[in-house]
Design a protein around this ligand. Structure first.
Ligand SMILES: [Zn+2]
Length: 410
């Protein structure tokens, strides 16, 4: 088990210290501890410089100076992930070149995805339309905004579509929530959104029939629990909808079922009946569930969800320093659990933990990858598997009130 993650030897909490050059060099503190203890402004500046350097590398490798684009257009591993990172950089620095870069990449993705049958935000055409629409709004380009919104409205969902986040109905629904959140309610009509949510709930109730959990779903023959393909992701998206009282009860009941059946370690199984307590990822395991529980705590105001979210956060701290950098199954994604817990509870320990994970990456990741002790990701420059995600986290970490797990938190 231990070979999936680095043993976390960082203290559970350290306060920021005033800069004192005489003692810091003699105290024997390791480089990460020194980084964490830097005043926020100093650390923030350092992470921001690193983030923008990483972003330039990602752009160079995935897009090129002349505007080439890869076959893979998705947010998850493709060019659209670079566009999303450029958009984040624009939000932080207000540099119009980043917004233009984002729109240029989205335009290329728009051409590349025309024949694609994938419909979600993270892995399909809805991501192109939703990000394109939001970026066009920021650029003040009403025509382009209209183009992307129309494209999204025209996406058809086939009746045999799965319900999960990466390839299914929940992933399409999330794209519509993203557009409505950033552009205005009813940009994608409630009627359309409601019909997709109806399908999701109907399918969940049908498969759950006679089971102990009110809603259940299958993807490729497995009843997944995690954020990417399973219950945590689907419940997360449903909680952005105006649900009827009986539907809210089913969502609540489903989350209570997950909480009741977690592993003795506090981690969550990746699928129904799985006894393999290995994965502490956003896609599978406690981190994705934790973000859903934070959302549940906000939606339902129920202390049980707050406690369960914090308990899942403890697992992420203990076993979440993964030997990968990315958002989906890497340290960057896991850091977002602490940012979410900080927003929920206001406890400064969580902000420290998010910073600690970011400092670990900042101090060690490139070296560990170079030495072969950390995996650089199958798509090493991508947003969800590579250093794109690390750059995104570094841009987010010092505005926790604004920080959102990309493609998942609104
Ligand atoms: Zn993953």
């Amino acid at each position: 088990m231990a070979d999936r993650f680095f043993k976390n030897v960082m203290p559970n909490f350290l306060a920021e210290k005033p800069v004192d050059n005489t003692t810091s060099s003699e105290s024997g503190e390791d480089s990460i501890t020194k980084l964490i203890c830097l005043p926020d402004k100093t650390l923030s500046d350092s992470l921001r410089i690193s983030a923008l350097d990483l972003k330039d590398t990602v752009v160079r490798e995935t897009w090129g100076l002349s505007g080439k684009h890869e076959q893979d257009y998705t947010v998850y591993t493709g060019a659209l992930g670079t566009a999303y990172l450029a958009f984040k950089a624009y939000q932080v620095t207000n540099n119009a070149n980043d917004l233009k870069l984002c729109l240029d990449i989205v335009k290329a993705c728009d051409s590349a995805c025309r024949d694609s049958s994938r419909v979600t935000f993270l892995c399909g055409r809805a991501g192109v339309c939703a990000l394109g629409a939001v970026a066009a709004k920021h650029a003040g380009d009403e025509m382009l905004l209209g183009h992307y919104v129309t494209q999204l409205k025209e996406i058809k969902l086939s009746s045999d579509l799965p319900n999960e986040l990466l390839y299914g109905r929940a992933g399409f629904l999330w794209a519509s929530s993203f557009i409505n959140y950033h552009i205005g309610n009813n940009t994608i009509s409630n009627t359309r959104r409601r019909s997709v949510a109806d399908e999701i709930i109907k399918a969940g109730r049908k498969l759950a029939k006679k089971g102990k959990c009110p809603l259940m779903y299958e993807w490729h023959g497995k009843k997944y629990w995690g954020a990417a393909h399973g219950l945590a992701g689907i419940m997360h998206v449903l909680m952005d909808m105006d649900l009827k009282p009986d539907e809210l009860e089913d969502v609540k009941g489903t989350l209570r079922y997950l909480i009741k059946n977690h592993f003795p370690s506090g981690n969550y199984p990746s699928s129904e009946g799985s006894e393999s307590d290995r994965l502490v990822h956003w896609c599978h395991g406690a981190p994705g569930v934790a973000l859903t529980l934070v959302k549940a705590a906000q939606v339902f105001g129920d202390k049980q969800f707050v406690q369960a979210a914090m308990d899942a956060g403890d697992v992420v701290w203990e076993r979440g320093l993964l030997k990968r950098v990315g958002i989906c199954h890497g340290i960057s994604g896991n850091a977002y659990v602490f940012l979410a817990l900080y927003r929920l509870t206001g406890k400064v320990e969580y902000l420290y933990k998010a910073k600690a994970f970011a400092c670990f990456l900042h101090d060690r990741a490139q070296k560990l990858i170079f030495e072969g002790r950390m995996h650089g990701g199958d798509r090493p420059y991508s947003l969800f598997e590579g250093i794109g995600g690390m750059a995104y986290l570094f841009l987010d970490i010092f505005e926790p009130s604004e920080a959102r797990f990309p493609g998942y938190e609104l």
